[in-house]
Write a new protein. Structure first.
Lengths: 347, 384
């Protein structure tokens, strides 16, 4: 888990390495970025640089079992971090380290801290014990108390360009075709791409959402309402995942409609986007994208899912021609796959 | 690993390290295990909860070297039930299981690779200091109980330990009382400058437990990183993580003068306090001490009283040698009982200034012990 193995985020890794080398690394750090963008991976890489002295240390950090590494994650039914967990952490952090020169605490998804837990954490963030390093990760700065933000060195982490994800996947042994498709669908989240590469079901779910959209584009209202009814039953988390995938498609369609070359390496996905773009005007595509985003916000704010989806699907443009569904052909990648890689996602 | 040892030795080792085993809710599963490892023809038994680590060595017949960790509870529950006989321990490296054979019982326990167990440092060549076991035990028993148990001020959960020349001083306080004791080391410390450490109170309790004989000499070490203190007895080693915090400047609160001095029989005083404590439960454990200085040749006396609206009231009168002026002062009876018991002396001296100033307790004939208790506001006294 060396610095070199981190996919993308060159700016962030360089800043951290620089700070380490010059001894100016803060003791309270906050990594902010969308889910699965690589925040925890970067935090673990930093922990390794601070803690591991030999191969045993590296192995223990990779398994998250190093005695000087404390990881706190949301838990329980509400996925929160309770004040008790923060107190335990504080107790451990005021002791000198066991094996290394630091004690590193990673608080993953700090937005899940309860209000009391956030307040309890303030003093530790402001005056950590001399050996302690706290790394918080969060999906957005808005979900944290301003008093937490002002006590941390903030490192924003943006979604990665498709090219970087593609190169990263190939370096790990994915075939060019696989890497291109996963990078195209990853929305810049390298964590999703790696997960989808190992787990065919993750990729399949996203392909299914895209194919449903393609089918609905050439279908009438009856089919659309039937789909909305079905999707509304699947639960908010699933609906939001579908809407996010559709946003990805419409963003690319909008670009294609105004004549941009879509930077999607995957031939099949690029082709699909171009086919859709042929039938819609740039204005329609942009409006579609906006409605997708808006509907997701409505769903998050407890709107009636069925109604919101009905409205969304009524306004979806209708194409006079069908678009071939996307598929990931396992054999396409077969010839490129090296013998040692994880099985590719297939149909 | 193939080792043979005696059941009673293994049981003793497991019980001594047991309090350093992390609770089952610990984030690292390996911390709920004990490490069993061969070490120069002996068997090493170790446990750590990342705050204190205890290592204990027992004599064993080592046929081949190796190491494994097994669940502490499972192993100690089993070993206490085994007959007092030879125990054969055998590690299967491939499955990471430990086979325990004793008499007619044959057990296999699933373990975790010893590589995952945190490294407990071994003592270096040259200790920082040497102290007799009895002196260290007395230091710990007179000081550690005064440390804070709640975590709101982490520095107060530790015991300030200062080694300076031939002296060792321990101080603990929870903000309501303070306990201090000083002892002589067997020889001057090997460091040129005085060494100050803040050791978790829980760790020192473990040190006290592993001192098996009063004649033992305990070696005190500080690791190279200055992050851990080690207490090494002939058969055990306790490693304490230090608390990375500043201890409050305690010397400033030790009163330098007194207005009233009371010398009292400790056993009688304790009995009076225990009686009063029954009635003090409902009023925040507060007892009232009345100190009456005798006129001319009249002997002085002390009254210990407590009252509860629901239960009733209690008052004991004790003879005492008093000087200075008479006064009434309130104390938390629990602190009085603990402070006087720790003095471990037939007679104790109490120095007071006024009802709102800290009181100092000393043992007669042992100037190394000093205990300070903050008074409580007496109801009805001027609430400024």
């Amino acid at each position: 888990m060396s610095w070199e193995s981190v996919i993308g985020h060159t700016w962030a890794t360089q800043r951290l390495r620089h700070a380490l080398a010059r001894g100016t690394l803060g003791q309270s750090l906050l990594f902010i970025g969308p889910p699965q963008v690589g925040k925890t991976t970067l935090a673990l890489t930093l922990a390794e640089a601070l803690l591991a002295q030999d191969a045993r240390g590296q192995a223990l950090i990779a398994q998250r079992k190093h005695p000087d590494l404390l990881i706190v994650e949301p838990e329980g039914a509400n996925a929160t971090i309770s004040i008790e967990r923060v107190r335990e952490l504080q107790h451990a952090l005021q002791l000198t380290p066991m094996e290394s020169r630091h004690r590193v605490a990673i608080l993953a998804d700090a937005q899940a801290l309860s209000l009391g837990a956030m307040n309890a954490l303030l003093k530790t963030l402001e005056e950590p014990a001399s050996a302690a390093v706290l790394i918080l990760t969060a999906t957005s700065a808005d979900a944290l108390l301003p008093t937490i933000l002002s006590r941390c060195q903030v490192l924003p982490m943006r979604p990665l360009p498709r090219g970087q994800i593609e190169a990263g996947l190939q370096a790990r042994g994915a075939s060019p075709a696989q890497a291109a498709l996963l990078a195209a669908l990853a929305q810049g989240r390298v964590g999703w791409a790696l997960q989808a590469w190992r787990d065919a079901a993750t990729l399949q779910a996203r392909l299914q959402a895209i194919n449903d959209l393609l089918r609905l584009l050439s279908e009438g209202l009856t089919a659309r309402f039937a789909y909305a009814e079905q999707l509304a039953k699947a639960g908010d988390a699933h609906i939001r995942a579908v809407l996010q995938t559709w946003q990805l498609v419409w963003r690319d369609v909008t670009r294609a409609a105004i004549g941009c070359v879509v930077q999607a390496g995957a031939p099949s996905y690029g082709e699909t986007v171009r086919r859709v773009a042929e039938g819609v005007s740039p204005e329609t595509a942009a409006a579609c994208l906006q409605r997708m985003v808006q509907t997701e916000v409505f769903i998050t704010q407890n709107a009636n899912a069925r109604l919101a989806l009905d409205v969304l699907l009524i306004t979806l443009p209708r194409l006079s021609y069908g678009v071939e569904p996307l598929s990931f052909n396992a054999s396409e990648s077969e010839e490129h796959r090296s013998a040692t890689t994880v099985p590719a996602g297939g149909k | 690993m193939r080792v043979q040892c005696l059941q009673e030795n293994l049981a003793r080792a497991l019980s001594l390290v047991s309090r350093a085993v992390a609770p089952r809710t610990a984030t690292l599963p390996v911390l709920t295990h004990v490490l069993l490892a061969t070490d120069n023809g002996r068997l090493k038994v170790a446990a750590t909860n990342l705050e204190v680590g205890v290592v204990y060595w027992i004599g064993a017949k080592v046929e081949s070297d190796g190491a494994i960790t097994v669940p502490a509870r499972t192993l100690s529950e089993l070993v206490t039930l085994l007959p007092a006989d030879k125990v054969d321990l055998e590690l299967n490296v491939r499955t990471q299981t430990l086979r325990v054979q004793c008499g007619r019982t044959d057990t296999t326990i699933k373990g975790i690779d010893a590589q995952e167990f945190p490294i407990i440092p071994s003592p270096g060549e040259q200790p920082l200091a040497r102290i007799s076991g009895s002196a260290l035990k007395k230091l710990i028993s007179q000081v550690v109980f005064a440390a804070a148990t709640d975590e709101s001020r982490p520095a107060l959960t530790g015991v300030l330990t200062k080694l300076d020349g031939e002296r060792i001083i321990m101080v603990a306080t929870d903000g309501f009382r303070l306990s201090k004791r000083e002892e002589k080391l067997l020889e001057a410390i090997t460091s040129d400058a005085p060494v100050t450490m803040l050791i978790p109170a829980k760790a020192l309790q473990e040190v006290s437990r592993v001192i098996e004989s009063e004649e033992d000499v305990v070696f005190i070490h500080l690791t190279a990183s200055h992050g851990q203190a080690m207490f090494q007895t002939p058969r055990a080693n306790v490693v304490a993580q230090l608390i990375d915090q500043k201890f409050p400047p305690w010397e400033a609160i030790v009163p330098q003068r007194y207005e009233t001095r009371v010398t009292i029989n400790a056993a009688e005083m304790l009995k009076a306090c225990r009686q009063a404590s029954i009635f003090a439960r409902e009023s925040a454990d507060m007892v009232r001490l009345g100190i009456h200085v005798g006129e001319d040749l009249e002997p002085g006396k002390v009254t210990v009283s407590a009252r509860a609206d629901e239960t009733g009231e209690n008052c004991s009168e004790l003879e005492a040698i008093t000087s200075g002026k008479s006064m009434e002062i309130g104390f938390n009876v629990r602190y009085l009982i603990e402070g006087i018991s720790a003095a471990d002396s037939p007679q104790v001296v109490m120095d007071l200034i006024q009802p709102r100033s800290p009181a100092v307790l000393r043992a007669i004939g042992d100037e190394h012990y000093l205990h300070i208790i903050m008074p409580m506001n007496l109801p009805g006294s001027n609430p400024t």
